[in-house]
Ligand binder design. Structure first.
Ligand code: AMP
Ligand code: TRP
Length: 345
């Protein structure tokens, strides 16, 4: 039997979001920000500071706005151009909250209960987690689909949330008999930066919430700090750098450092190993530290420069919110009509 359900035929659009919580690190830069900048030239892009997601865990009201500006500054510093891409704060555009409610009524408990990120974040005492933390991935689906986005650049850890977004889109289209109304968004995960691991444990992802500062390189770290953290990064006792990919088997810390080098330099892992194979970490680590400083230094400097003028960031974010509102409002209006509400716009 062939499936002749019409599929989404609208234009392609890229959407992604980053939370204003904790300091951004190398994983965020390589897994997300750098990809955003690479996509903006030939795609219609919408990038959001997801402050509504941040409040699923307690936030200091005195710091939230400033953290939002910091993430916006990181977007711009990583090369996202507000004249090419829409950049704004999620709480400034009501479409997210509204569509999230509708999607709460479309998503099934069983689907959301399967989400591993909730289990990780809620920990042992999930009864005390906020309801918002539980429906976090439903809000994420609303973020994406309020813009009918077709492609979502994220790190590997977001794969399961993207699958849920697809399930929600598909069920909405089916339940309301509007085939092809919402696209089924595709994750853009490929590439060497999609899963950067902790510098202290090659089997754990680099994370904002890791209590060990030396486990991650933060975007605000200066050159000395970057060099120190790379010098201290865990390796193993299995000898020098391998010369080919097979030699990385069972060496997660080395694989991670090689992956970071590859993602920062743009060289393939094979090329990196061809250059450093047979050499000791005494040669590789300083080369990696130098490369990291060379690539991250300008981003950090630009971020600091932008943060010195918060009014300019606010003005840019306000323009972005207007643009985001213009795209999402007609989509929400259509959704209201489809659900059958008395009030449509
Ligand atoms: P978050 O800090 O959780 O808001 O993540 C922002 C973006 O960075 C998301 O697209 C994540 O998938 C990505 N990301 C977070 N940690 C990593 C990591 N260790 N490696 C690659 N990408 C990551
Ligand atoms: N959950 C994502 C993260 O932790 C952030 C996010 C929220 C997001 N909404 C999104 C990512 C929409 C992509 C698309 O990294």
């Amino acid at each position: 039997m062939t499936d002749d359900t019409p599929t989404y035929a609208g234009p392609e659009r890229v959407f992604s979001g980053v939370q204003p919580s904790g300091d951004l690190h190398l994983g965020n830069y390589l897994g997300a920000l750098k990809k955003f900048a690479d996509l903006q030239d030939d795609h219609d892009c919408v990038f959001c500071v997801v402050d509504l997601h941040a409040i699923t865990v307690p936030q200091d009201p005195k710091l939230l706005a400033q953290k939002t500006r910091e993430i916006a500054a990181a977007f711009y510093a990583a090369g996202v151009d507000p004249d090419k891409a829409v950049v704004y704060a999620q709480s400034a555009v009501p479409a997210h909250m509204e569509l999230a409610w509708y999607f709460n009524c479309v998503a099934r408990m069983g689907w959301v209960e399967r989400m591993t990120q909730f289990k990780d974040k809620a920990g042992k005492d999930s009864e005390r987690a906020s309801v918002g933390l539980f429906t976090y991935p439903v809000l994420q689906a609303a973020d994406i689909l309020a813009y009918k986005a077709t492609h979502v650049p994220v790190g590997e850890d977001q794969k399961q949330h993207l699958e849920l977004s697809r399930d929600i889109a598909e069920r909405f289209n089916r339940e309301f008999d509007v085939p092809g109304f919402f696209p089924l968004p595709e994750p853009l995960i490929k590439g060497p930066g999609a899963r950067i691991m902790s510098l202290k444990d090659g089997t754990k992802k680099m994370s904002k919430s890791d209590p060990a500062e030396t486990s991650r390189i933060n975007l605000i770290d200066d050159a000395d700090m970057i060099a120190k953290k790379i010098k201290k990064a865990k390796t193993d006792v299995l000898g020098d750098m391998p010369s080919d990919v097979d030699g990385l088997e069972g060496r997660p810390e080395v694989e991670n450092l090689v992956g970071i080098y590859s993602a920062l330099s743009g060289d393939s892992v094979d090329q990196v190993l061809a250059e450093f194979g047979g050499k000791g970490f005494g040669a590789f680590k300083p080369a990696l530290a130098e490369l990291a400083c060379e690539k991250l230094g300008p981003v950090t400097a630009k971020m600091r420069e932008l943060l010195a003028d918060p009014a300019e960031i606010d003005a840019r974010l306000a323009r972005g919110a207007e643009a985001a509102q213009e795209i999402s409002a007609p989509i929400i209006s259509e959704v209201r009509d489809i659900i059958g509400f008395w009030h449509k716009s």
